[in-house]
Design a protein around this ligand. Structure first.
Ligand code: NDP
Length: 464
């Protein structure tokens, strides 16, 4: 490898994708530099998946205390302390951040705690030390940022998920704007912690893109658990004032009073101010870096992975893209990332676990579908008396018998989706599900005991 440059690989962004690529390249003996302007770990570790899941756990205890009564427990009045949760969460996040740094350091990568911007196709300027370094290859892994809706009057009075992890005190009432992953997960968190929670969404049902039976159950259960869900509405402005300090006006002039307003209206690729134009790198209309099947930009030695490419904004996908990139660039083994049959979980309450095509999406590609649908009360909800259900759905191509998608809403749905993804990735047929012995008593056994289709779909039309 050429010594004309300071580094064989320079990585901009110390999140899941960037750190994995930097660590693997360094472990191969490459000269690696990596710059991060905030904290190593990126969105997932610092302000996303990890702290969010800890918050989800925290928010579920209240219901567990209530449910325990049906199993004979007599617990005293429970109290929740927000500062304790924040402090313990911060400690865990710092521990993980340390592991990310250690992985880089122990493999010999140079770490720069600085914002890095392009100065030319091979040159990176490190703002922290006012120094310029050169690299043969450069990887952009800067992730995404919350959409701040800056044309919305009063948007500066709102928080995003970033600030939600650091609030000094737990809100008493919150209005959340959006109907995707973050909006729904935080609605569950705040409602579970006893906050009066309203979710406002512009569409007619939350979680667009998910299978309808699954998103419908989540919406129904959220409402049962006390979340006020306002559909087909937009924010028109946010102001100081009202009864609790903030007032949201909707497009039908409804006024919503609360103390905290959270925007969860999507995330955008983080490319602003990166100087990509100085390197001649092309971006799309959202600012995303355009890449080919090998994560190469139009400038072949400049690469990009993760949320900044706007392919699939999920941590394991960014990591996978980085691993493929290392194979391609440094191991002479061209490997393009595989974005098919990616399982995902939404840590809503109830949780969603899903892999493969939703029924509506399968309809567009397949002529004849068999749909297996079960909706039932999970066993734990019998003695607890909790009137909440679980849903499981299997979407099958009737002609080939191949299972195209499985969608679950209920306890541990995410864990189930992970294992189901292996079977679906292998091309499992419905007959493979049928000949698999049930694990009893579990909720998941339903997946292998639905022998008859609940209904059929032909050319997009349901036939019972
Ligand atoms: P999502 O894309 O999931 O949801 C964005 C929501 O905001 C949608 O309901 C969308 O409406 C709405 N929206 C978008 N633009 C506007 C606008 N201008 N005005 C009003 N509403 C708007 O994004 P999130 O920010 O929730 O999450 C970002 C990504 O991060 C996710 O897509 C996911 O890939 C990842 N993520 C994954 C998690 C996990 O794995 N558990 C958890 C959190 C995030 P509409 O549907 O009508 O477009």
């Amino acid at each position: 490898m050429s010594k004309r440059y300071d580094y064989d690989l320079f990585v901009i962004g110390g999140g899941s994708g960037g750190v994995r690529a930097g660590r693997l390249a360094a472990a191969l003996g490459k000269r690696v530099g990596i710059a991060e302007e905030y904290r190593f770990g990126g969105t997932c570790v610092i302000r996303g998946c990890v702290p969010k899941k800890l918050f989800v756990y925290a928010s579920q205890f209240g219901k567990s205390f209530e449910d325990s009564a049906g199993f004979g427990w007599r617990a005293g009045p429970a109290e929740f302390d927000w500062p304790t949760l924040i402090a313990n969460k911060d400690q865990e996040v710092s521990r993980l951040e340390g592991l990310y740094r250690k992985g880089l350091e122990s493999n010999g990568a140079d770490i720069f705690e600085s914002r890095a911007v392009f100065e030319g196709p091979h040159d990176i300027h490190l703002l922290g030390t006012d120094r310029t370094v050169s690299a043969e290859r450069i990887l952009v892994a800067t992730g995404g940022v919350a959409n701040l809706l800056d044309t919305l009057p009063g948007h500066h009075l709102c928080i995003t998920s970033n600030e939600a992890f650091h609030l000094d005190s737990l809100p008493k009432s919150i209005v959340i704007y959006g109907g995707g992953y973050i909006a729904v997960e935080f609605a569950g968190i705040f409602a579970g912690l006893g906050v009066m929670t309203t979710l406002v969404y512009r569409g007619d049902h939350i979680l667009r893109g998910f299978d309808h039976d699954v998103s419908a159950l989540v919406q129904e259960t959220m409402i049962k658990r006390g979340v006020r869900v306002v559909l087909n509405r937009h924010f028109t402005k946010v102001e100081e004032g009202g009864v609790f300090g903030r007032q949201v006006t909707l497009d039908d002039d409804t006024l919503l009073d609360c103390d905290t307003v959270m925007l969860a209206a999507g995330r955008l690729p983080y490319t602003a101010g990166l100087g990509l134009e100085k390197a001649g790198v092309e971006t799309g209309h959202k600012g995303e870096i355009k890449v080919d099947a090998y994560s190469r930009t139009n400038v072949p030695h400049i690469l990009a992975v993760g949320d900044v490419t706007d392919r699939m904004a999920l941590t394991p996908v960014a990591i996978h893209e980085s691993m493929c990139l290392i194979e391609t660039e440094f191991r002479n083994n061209p490997t393009s990332p595989d974005h098919d049959m990616v399982a995902t979980a939404v840590f809503s309450q109830p949780e969603i676990g899903t892999v493969g095509l939703a029924e509506y999406a399968a309809c567009m590609e397949y002529e004849r579908l068999d749909i297996y649908l079960a909706r039932f009360r999970p066993m734990k909800n019998t003695l607890s008396g909790r009137n909440e259900q679980m849903v499981m759905k299997i979407v099958v191509d009737a002609d080939s018998e191949r299972v195209l998608g499985v969608h679950i809403a209920g306890p541990e749905a995410g864990e189930m989706a992970q294992t189901l993804a292996i079977a679906l990735k292998m091309g499992a047929k419905k007959s493979d599900f049928d000949r698999t012995m049930a694990v009893h008593p579990t909720a998941a056994e339903e997946l292998v005991t639905m022998y008859q289709p609940s209904y059929r779909v032909v050319n997009g039309k349901r036939v019972d």
